[in-house]
Design a protein around this ligand. Structure first.
Ligand code: CO8
Length: 262
């Protein structure tokens, strides 16, 4: 039996590629297969002139993406964790640098890697029921897909540290007040309509000016700085602690973790 692909794409007449992360049983969590699928679709979007913009969303109404797949990284070595974090960082950088506009349509939980994915997109719009957060600390971990850098860029260092250190989830309206989200709408139908509406507005402009605008804005936020590397290194360092084993085991066993600082 072949399993359904976790990354679906449709294409409409305005030139918009709609990419949907679809692992409903795991709240669309990013496992290796999903990350590879996403990489393939983004690379294709770079190359194929039929695609003029991308809307990225999650299947259903409960989750955009509830994070990296926790069940997949319980037995990584430090080196593997570092490599995986850097691989994800590179994919999200490819999204951020895409010369075609990328809009995240956030339809529910955008946590951990899901919040990081949304932040790598150029714009974020969300439904009222969307929830944002970087809850890695609850697992004895830190963000690993660029969250320590992009959250601070979007909401400022103080609020980013509060969200990363407490692991608190915030509502769509709170995210909007912080500048993490551009617009909030009531329903999934309104979300899809607004994403397309904003996309159509951008696609009516000259594509060269759009691409150069993205390039110029991003140039002020260098990827070559040490921040992303430090994130991957510290993410990897966290994965070899007893607290990480406890945090991830507690999640899988659906209980509260007991951290010991080891
Ligand atoms: N990974 C794997 N499975 C998940 C994840 C996840 N991130 N999130 C939810 N699921 C699964 C649950 O285990 C559950 O599966 P099952 O039915 O088999 O038990 C199913 O999805 C439904 O979830 P819940 O029953 O928990 O649904 P609730 O409505 O009770 O709760 C929550 C929803 C609050 C979203 C809850 O599922 C939750 O807290 N999820 C985890 C959120 C999280 O911690 N995300 C961060 C993950 S770490 C991360 O993203 C690091 C990124 C960098 C990685 C670098 C390289 C590896």
């Amino acid at each position: 039996m072949t399993l359904p692909m976790p990354v679906k794409k449709t294409h409409n007449s305005s030139g918009t590629l709609v990419v949907t992360i679809s692992r409903p049983d795991a709240l669309n969590a990013l496992n290796v297969e999903t990350m590879d699928g996403l990489l393939g679709v983004i690379q294709e979007a770079y190359q194929n002139d039929t695609y003029r913009g991308i809307i990225l969303t999650g299947d259903g109404e409960k989750a955009f993406v509830a994070g990296a797949d926790i069940k997949e990284f319980t037995s990584l070595t430090k080196e593997q964790a570092f490599e995986l974090a850097q691989k994800g960082q590179n994919l999200f950088k490819l999204i951020e640098d895409c010369p075609k506009p990328v809009i995240a349509a956030v339809n529910g939980f955008a946590l951990g890697g899901g919040c990081e994915l949304a932040m790598a997109c150029h714009l974020r719009i969300a439904t009222e029921n969307a929830k944002f957060g970087q809850p890695e600390v609850n697992l004895g971990l830190i963000p690993g897909y660029g969250g320590t850098q992009r959250l601070a860029q979007l909401v400022g260092r103080g609020k980013a540290l509060e969200l990363i250190l407490t692991g608190d989830m915030i509502t769509a309206q709170e995210a909007k007040a912080l500048g993490l989200v551009n617009h909030v709408v009531g329903t999934r139908t309104e979300l899809d309509a607004l994403a397309q509406n904003i996309m159509d507005k951008i696609l009516a402009k000259g594509p060269i000016a759009v691409a150069l605008s993205i390039k110029a804005v991003n140039a002020g936020f260098g990827f070559e700085t040490d921040g992303y590397r430090a994130e991957a290194e510290n993410f990897a360092a966290a994965t070899v602690t007893a607290d990480f084993r406890e945090g991830t085991t507690a999640f899988i066993e659906k209980r509260k973790p007991v951290f010991t600082g080891k």
